[in-house]
Write a protein that binds this ligand. Structure first.
Ligand code: CP
Length: 309
């Protein structure tokens, strides 16, 4: 039987091509399940999962919780803002207290890069990284590639540009790893101040002119400017950013082909993307959200099958 090469999902960096293929094939099955009148399977009735969110989330948190419930797992939710973390408890103490209640798997979002790796080395549970600072967001990259595969038939050979705040983006790094593993050509585009110095070492094309990037690509993944991770100004004004790096329908209509528009959310309408693009058939933003449940079901199911009771 096929199984993942890893016991945790800490980042796309730790996966291989076969892992991604297996996750996608398993997600195909779960996508069919969640479109049935009865959207639930009994697969994980013996598994308990803790969702630990030390940072805000809408899509990822709800998507994981729904995926877990669709698989019939027992689920407990933890939000740092309402917990004893505020009283000075360490991450390991917090998690070990939760694990002593017989939890098998932990889904964690944390502001510190590497928090998931650290946790996996200190606690006895399967860890899924739901976003660690500006480092990785592996399930987002998996659902993004899965959505490209669904819309365009394959990821291999496609030209994908990631536009915007690459410097502060965990979505960008995980997408670069995932797309390259599947044979896509990857470009990043944004103001020089929001492109990390090491970016060329990752083997991606780098472009600062959005029109050139859009003319090159089959898919543009538009990122939000992460003001909450910035302590200085990286561009003169939001208006200027939008003029240079925002997509709108007029700009897309000026291209000689129709490209696919993606966005991981949350969207800042009128900044990196206008409503006439976000709500158009060219955009697959809500397909990404829908596919997120099937992808997370697949990841949880495959990791749970490696847990020894
Ligand atoms: N895409 C994403 O991670 O969204 P949330 O921050 O709402 O989970």
């Amino acid at each position: 039987m096929s199984e993942l090469s890893v016991n945790h999902l800490l980042g796309i960096k730790y996966l291989n091509t076969k892992d991604i293929q297996l996750i996608f094939e398993t997600a195909d099955h779960f996508k069919e399940v969640i479109n049935r009148p009865i959207k639930k399977v009994p697969s994980l009735r013996d598994i308990t999962i803790a969702n630990l969110f030390f940072e805000n989330s809408t899509r990822t948190k709800l998507s994981f919780e729904l995926a877990e419930k669709r698989l019939s797992a027992d689920v407990i939710n933890f939000s740092a803002s309402q917990s004893s973390v505020k009283k000075g408890e360490t991450l390991i103490d917090t998690v070990n207290n939760i694990l002593s209640m017989k939890v098998d798997m932990v889904v964690m979002r944390h502001p510190n890069p590497g928090a998931g790796v650290f946790l996996s080395q200190h606690v006895d549970a399967s860890i899924i990284n739901a976003g660690d600072g500006a480092h990785e967001h592996p399930t987002q990259a998996l659902l993004d590639s899965y959505s490209i595969r669904e819309r365009l038939g394959d990821v291999k050979g496609k030209n994908v540009v990631i536009v915007g705040d690459i410097l502060h983006s965990r979505v960008a790094l995980s997408n670069i790893y995932a797309l390259q593993l599947q044979g896509a050509n990857v470009m990043v585009c944004g103001p020089k101040t929001l492109l990390p110095k090491y970016i060329k070492d990752l083997g991606v094309k780098v472009e600062t002119d959005l029109l050139k990037a859009l003319n090159w690509c089959d898919v543009a993944n538009m990122l939000r400017v992460q003001n909450e991770r910035m302590d200085i100004s990286y561009f003169p004004s939001t208006r200027e950013y939008t003029q240079q790096y925002g997509v709108n329908k007029t700009l897309l209509n000026s291209l000689d082909k129709e490209i696919t528009i993606m966005h991981p959310g949350p969207i800042n309408r009128g900044v990196e993307i206008t409503s006439d693009v976000a709500d158009s058939d060219q955009a697959i933003i809500l397909d990404q959200v829908q596919n997120g449940v099937a992808i997370r079901m697949a990841v949880i199911y495959l990791l749970a099958s490696k847990i020894k009771h």
